[in-house]
Design a protein. Structure first.
Length: 407
């Protein structure tokens, strides 16, 4: 039996992902949604139907033909639409199955068509139905669909590129294995060691790249989409105030442009734009200023100690931690004030993000990928991440990393 590789684990994870997303969405809808008894029954029935639809028709034997793939996707998108109208949690989680399977099963321009129809179904769920005749609501509806399609297509293309690179790497490994086989009689011990080192290096490189892309996708795609949806919903509520409506739409468009630019930079492993022309304190100050402008919550930034250039990896880590912590404040805290401080000490540099929001009991919440991403970034640099909070007492996130200087 061949040992399980990182690739096989990834394939198995992707196969289980739709069922996990469906279960998470159904659980959140039933636990947090304000649903009637009839709606709860509808959620359960449609969720079971969706799971059965995927079990029966998502198999390669059914989706191997164009007709089978279209039939499966049509039913899947119809279920996404029906469930999304019952609860927006399905539009936020289960709709990702439509994006993944449209790109996986269709070819050429039909991929974009499948992603677009899925995005329309998800946004219809977010809006609670099709938009009315109001031009402001219609433009908001279309803008969100376009933003989702652009970002999904971009990251799908980047995933294809990474897969092609993996295939080329595998071909190179196979060629090296063939060469080592010819030298086995004279270098048997060295050949075995070399093959093991090559395999470990390849798996470590692929795993590290996947983790990096996962963190960057979360910090760009997820945060950008959340910000766009918030601004578009605010614009829809302000349709009677043209100035406020336009400001929210401008903010949504800017978030979409920024997210697209950051996504491209992430694919090519380029650092954040904020650090290209500014030092860390100036970059953090700009992030805080823009966050304050988007969310209307007073946010203060301060620097203690003597600021000095740090290793790029350190500066990128602290910047991303700050962005994720502020995103969590916007989503959960309902704060009236926020403070961000970066402290330079002899051997460490510390970033503190504090708010006076709702808070929570540490240890009672599992934390999403955002908290995991922050902790992974900090621990990669032999640093530490601490979270202090209590109900009604706000939250403080503190990240400390070694103050490594540029090489």
């Amino acid at each position: 039996m061949q040992p399980e590789t990182a690739h096989t684990r990834l394939v198995a994870g992707l196969g289980a992902a739709p069922y996990v997303l469906l279960a998470v969405a159904a659980g959140l809808a039933l636990l947090t949604g304000d649903l009637t008894a009839g709606q709860r029954i509808a959620v359960l029935v449609l969720s079971v139907l969706a799971a059965g639809w995927m079990v029966v028709l998502r198999r390669p034997s059914c989706t191997g033909t164009a007709r089978g793939a279209v039939l499966y996707l049509a039913g899947l998108i119809a279920l996404v639409t029906a469930l999304g109208l019952l609860s927006p949690w399905f539009a936020g989680f289960y709709a990702f199955t439509g994006y993944l399977d449209s790109w996986r099963l269709l070819r050429g321009r039909w991929r974009i068509a499948g992603v677009t129809v899925t995005a329309a179904a998800a946004v219809t769920g977010y809006f609670g139905g099709l938009p009315g005749p109001d031009p402001a609501v219609i433009s908001s509806y279309v803008l969100v669909i376009v933003a989702i399609v652009v970002l999904v297509v971009l990251f799908s293309l980047s995933g294809d590129m990474i897969n092609e690179q993996s295939v080329r790497r595998q071909q190179m490994v196979d060629q090296l294995a063939a060469t080592n086989a010819k030298l086995e009689e004279t270098m048997r011990e060295n050949a075995g060691l070399q093959a093991q080192l090559l395999l470990q290096a390849r798996e470590a490189g692929v795993t590290d790249e996947r983790r990096r892309l996962a963190r960057e996708i979360h910090d760009t795609l997820a945060q950008g989409l959340a910000g766009i949806i918030t601004q578009v919903q605010a614009a829809a509520k302000a349709k009677d105030d043209p100035e406020t409506w336009q400001r929210h739409l401008d903010n949504a468009a800017q978030l979409a442009r920024d997210g697209l630019a950051e996504a491209r930079r992430s694919v090519h492993a380029v650092g954040p734009a904020e650090l290209e022309t500014a030092r860390l304190p100036e970059a953090l100050s700009e992030v805080v200023r823009r966050w304050e402008g988007l969310h209307g919550v007073p946010a203060a930034f301060a620097t203690t100690g003597t600021a000095r250039p740090l290793h790029p990896e350190v500066e990128v880590t602290l910047l991303r931690v700050c962005q994720e912590a502020l995103a969590n404040v916007a989503k959960h805290a309902r704060a009236s004030r926020v403070g961000v401080t970066v402290s330079y000490m002899d051997d460490v540099v510390t970033l503190d993000v504090r708010d006076d929001g709702a808070g929570f009991v540490p240890g009672t919440q599992g934390g999403g990928f955002g908290m995991t991403s922050m902790r992974q970034r900090v621990t990669r640099l032999a640093g530490g991440l601490e979270v202090e909070s209590e109900p009604g007492g706000g939250t403080a996130v503190s990240a400390s990393v070694p103050a490594m200087e540029p090489r």
